[in-house]
Design a protein around this ligand. Structure first.
Ligand code: 5GP
Length: 186
């Protein structure tokens, strides 16, 4: 008979990555964010817009941490980094929204706010589509790296200036599966 119990959460799955935020800390913070956002939007329908690819894990957990009667979901794909860890400063839309957001209360779900270039580009483009309101939640924030003076409405964790991977975030498309946020030891 196969063993159906959940595998223990390993915090050191790969030697190249040093754990910065454990899976348990992420889970606790995501639960808090879910409760706070549900409370703030309790009288309004809410369209969550997940920014691919990095935010897909955070979005999946945030969604399930929410207790809200009228939630809908869409995705937007953007690419800012090539295959390395230095930003090109160029934002490329790889997938547009499937549905109009005109007149809707929209919450953009981001993985990480770094220089703010992507965030500025996205929020400007989405505001042009005339939502009733537009707010943002980011799991991670690196305020020391800002080029654009932008701020998210909800922030999971403020982190120092280091390139992080895991929990959906990649380096050259790798490490997205790690259940924690870690720093790449180069
Ligand atoms: P920004 O435009 O704010 O500089 O960068 C935002 C995007 O760059 C994020 O959505 C993410 O895709 C990528 N990014 C920025 N910092 C990091 C990081 O530390 N690790 C990873 N994996 N991606 C990052």
């Amino acid at each position: 008979m196969s063993n159906t119990s959940a595998a223990p959460r390993q915090e050191n799955r790969t030697p190249e990555v040093e754990v910065l935020i454990s899976a348990d800390r992420i889970a606790a913070r995501v639960r808090e964010l879910g409760a706070e956002i549900s409370r703030d939007y309790r009288h309004r329908s809410l369209r969550l817009v997940g920014v691919l690819k990095g935010a897909f894990v955070f979005l999946a957990d945030l969604l399930r941490a929410m207790d809200h009667p009228d939630l809908t979901l869409d995705f937007l794909g953007v690419a800012t980094y090539g295959s390395g860890s230095q930003t090109s400063g160029e934002v490329r839309v790889t997938k547009d929204l499937d549905q109009s957001i005109e007149g809707l209360d929209v919450l953009v779900v981001e993985d990480i706010l770094d220089t703010g270039v992507t965030f500025h580009y996205l929020t400007t483009a989405l505001r042009n589509r005339k939502p009733a309101s537009l707010q943002t939640v980011t799991l991670l924030d690196k305020p020391s790296r800002r080029i654009r003076p932008v701020q998210a409405d909800y922030v999971g964790f403020s982190i120092p200036d280091a390139f992080v991977v895991g929990y959906g975030l990649d380096f050259a498309q790798r490490y997205r599966e790690l259940p924690y946020i870690g720093v790449l030891k180069t």
